[in-house]
Design a binder for this molecule. Structure first.
Ligand code: HEM
Length: 296
């Protein structure tokens, strides 16, 4: 039997809804515990992946040592590479479906369980674009670990630990400047990513600001592997990537992101020329024991 939320490892769905909730201040411990228990029983981990934030876990008395709040500021020497606000959410729902209408039904059920004590603070509607590409047209996820490596990257694997099957996700919403991107010629675009859009070939001659040169997972010490499960989003005339990196801690994400911001060598990631992060959240995705998500 699977001991992790399998939606994390499954392929990207056609549609998704990301719901971020904050706890209402006046909620006392007992209704809080029963509401979190109710949503954990409702989430199946496959079509509904559940994450809990640091502040909520503190209130519930859960000691999850790897869990913390996001707190990385932009590098003052590289002001063009902006970081994001420190707004934290207590509870995160990643609803996944092949039909847009199913998400509506799922969201209604989630709100009915949570709304007495949680407020919906932020929502992002996301979708699969051209078999898993970013809105810039580049294939996303090529260098993701696969099979056993993917499981070992994304989930704590220690049967003696109560956290066995847990994952930690960094969720970062990026907003693209599509006009700026489309005004660039093919070579300029390819040099921002470090891959050729036409055939996904990695480009040795790309500058060291190229995104895949910044984030090459084997180039960190220790190696910084994550399982990326990002999805494009759009709302009115704005659009971008809902970046999500699952791992056994936030260390790999932070190492990559700090290098993107230019903390290591003063070179910021080319992506900042065409996109910018607008919010970042960290969550613990609890394990599944006996077929149920376990928050205790
Ligand atoms: C606008 C936001 C972003 C876009 C459009 C984007 C797009 C891409 C693309 C097209 C690739 C190459 C194909 C692949 O291996 O998946 C890639 C690779 C990668 N990206 Fe991003 N990415 C974004 C943000 C981030 C962030 C914030 C991080 C981590 C802090 C990150 C980490 C990685 C990693 C680890 C790789 C694989 C590098 C390797 O080992 O070769 N990306 N990304």
């Amino acid at each position: 039997m699977k001991q992790f939320q399998s939606g994390i490892i499954d392929a990207i769905p056609a549609h998704a809804e990301y719901l971020y909730f904050t706890l209402q201040q006046d909620t006392s411990t007992s209704p809080l515990q029963s509401t979190v228990q109710a949503i954990a029983e409702h989430a199946d981990g496959k079509h509904f992946v559940l994450g809990l934030g640091y502040d909520l876990c503190q209130k519930l008395g859960l000691k999850i040592s790897a869990l913390r709040n996001f707190d990385i500021e932009a590098n003052p020497s590289n002001p063009e590479a902006t970081s994001t606000t420190k707004l934290n959410a207590d509870l995160w729902c990643w609803l996944r479906a092949e039909e847009r209408g199913d998400l509506l039904d799922m969201q209604r059920q989630v709100l009915a369980i949570l709304e007495p004590h949680f407020s919906l603070a932020h929502q992002v509607s996301a979708f699969r674009y051209r078999e898993g590409r970013d809105l810039t047209g580049y294939e996303d996820g090529t260098e993701n670990p696969v099979d056993e490596d993917a499981l070992n990257t994304a989930f704590i694997n220690d049967i003696n630990s109560p956290l066995h099957g847990s994952s930690f996700v960094a969720v970062q919403q990026w907003q693209h400047q599509m006009q700026t991107f489309h005004a660039m010629n093919n070579t300029e675009q390819d040099h921002i990513i470090g891959r050729r859009k036409s055939d996904n070939e990695e480009l040795d001659e790309a500058p060291s600001s190229a995104h895949v040169k910044r984030t090459a997972q084997e180039s960190f010490t220790p190696e910084a592997f994550v399982l990326r499960r990002s999805m494009p989003w759009s709302q009115q005339s704005q659009s971008g990537l809902l970046f999500a990196a699952f791992a056994t801690s936030f260390d790999a994400f932070e190492a990559q992101y700090k290098r993107m911001l230019g903390y290591e060598d003063g070179i910021s990631d080319g992506l900042f020329r065409i996109s910018r992060p607008i919010n970042t959240h960290y969550f613990w995705c609890p394990p599944i024991h006996n077929g149920k998500i376990q928050v205790r």
